[in-house]
Design a protein around this ligand. Structure first.
Ligand SMILES: C[S@@+](CC[C@H](N)C(=O)[O-])C[C@H]1O[C@@H](n2cnc3c(N)ncnc32)[C@H](O)[C@@H]1O
Length: 283
């Protein structure tokens, strides 16, 4: 006898509860909506619809992956980020809420500046979420996405096509893809986890997300150190730089950038009230 959407949701939520998965009902809904390619709300409009065998097989596989602590974003293969549909694989970090706040803050700034024909680089782009979210909101700005991981850049490129957004994509170590070029805006969410913090990360992060996207030396500040030294010669006058930082790194990052000839710098907080972003304007 085929099971209905309502029955599968109830059984799945119970199974996830038994395996101590957080928000089990929500999780079951997200997985099933992804399998049926409908919005979560639509499940409730077709409660009596029976699932065919192939859908049941997939749901069982998804539930098994979930209790093995694989992040649900990798299972579903896609997240929404500032109105863009961003495919995610284990080659890239799953975009975080804090990063959406960063991109949104930058969009608000760019809208005031009306940066037509100006250039923004999204360094350490991963899935491309930041640069693509900004391009969707500010179409006249030229955006280049870059990352050291070729598979991440392939995915960022494919995400740009999926969202019908025209950006350039380059592979290379930090600023190496931009030799002899200058930007007006640079945004970067670099790896910022120290070795010590890495060992304390949740299993779902440590075991599934790429360490290349997380680890940044003994203190977690390697990329800020590098950017403070390497970035100035890649910037046009009055260029602005927008960085995501770890919530304990505000003081350290301010200290690192103290040596550079910046007009001003500012630490901004996330919704939880933690230091999370560092904005700079060069002389
Ligand atoms: C914290 S993730 C950020 C991904 C994405 N921007 C986001 O916010 O979701 C950092 C990214 O930096 C990339 N990366 C690591 N080392 C790098 C390097 N030396 N040069 C350029 N990119 C690097 C990783 O491949 C990863 O995609």
């Amino acid at each position: 006898m085929l099971k209905t959407i309502a029955e599968v949701l109830t059984l799945s939520a119970t199974f996830l509860t038994d395996h101590q998965i957080e928000r089990p009902r929500r999780c079951a809904e997200d997985l099933l909506a992804s399998i049926l390619k409908v919005k979560r709300i639509d499940l409730y409009l077709q409660f009596d619809r029976p699932l065919v065998e192939s859908e049941m097989v997939l749901m069982r596989q998804y539930l098994k992956r979930t209790i093995a602590k694989e992040p649900i974003a990798y299972i579903m293969g896609e997240v929404e980020f500032l109105g863009c549909r961003i495919e995610v694989t284990r080659d890239v970090l799953i975009p975080r809420n804090e990063t959406e706040i960063l991109a949104d803050l930058v969009i608000k700034k760019l809208k005031v500046l009306e940066p037509a024909k100006r250039v923004l680089w999204d360094l350490c782009t991963g899935s491309g979420c930041i640069g693509l979210g900004i391009k969707r909101a500010c179409s006249s700005i030229s955006i280049v996405l870059s990352d050291i991981c070729p598979r991440a850049i392939e995915l960022a490129k494919s995400n740009s096509v999926k969202n019908c957004l025209q950006v350039e994509c380059r592979v290379g170590d930090l600023l190496q893809p931009f030799l002899n070029e200058k930007a007006d805006f640079v945004i970067c969410n670099p790896p910022y986890v120290s070795k010590k913090e890495f060992d304390l990360l949740e299993r779902s992060v440590r075991d599934f997300e790429p360490s290349l996207a997380l680890l940044a030396g003994d203190q977690g500040t390697d990329f800020y150190e590098r950017l403070s030294i390497e970035l100035p010669r890649f910037l046009n006058p009055r260029a602005q730089v927008f960085l995501e930082i770890g919530h304990t790194q505000g003081g350290a990052v301010q200290e690192i950038f103290r040596k550079v000839p910046w007009r001003g710098s500012q630490i901004l907080k996330d919704w939880a009230g933690h230091d999370r972003f560092f904005f700079l304007e060069i002389e």
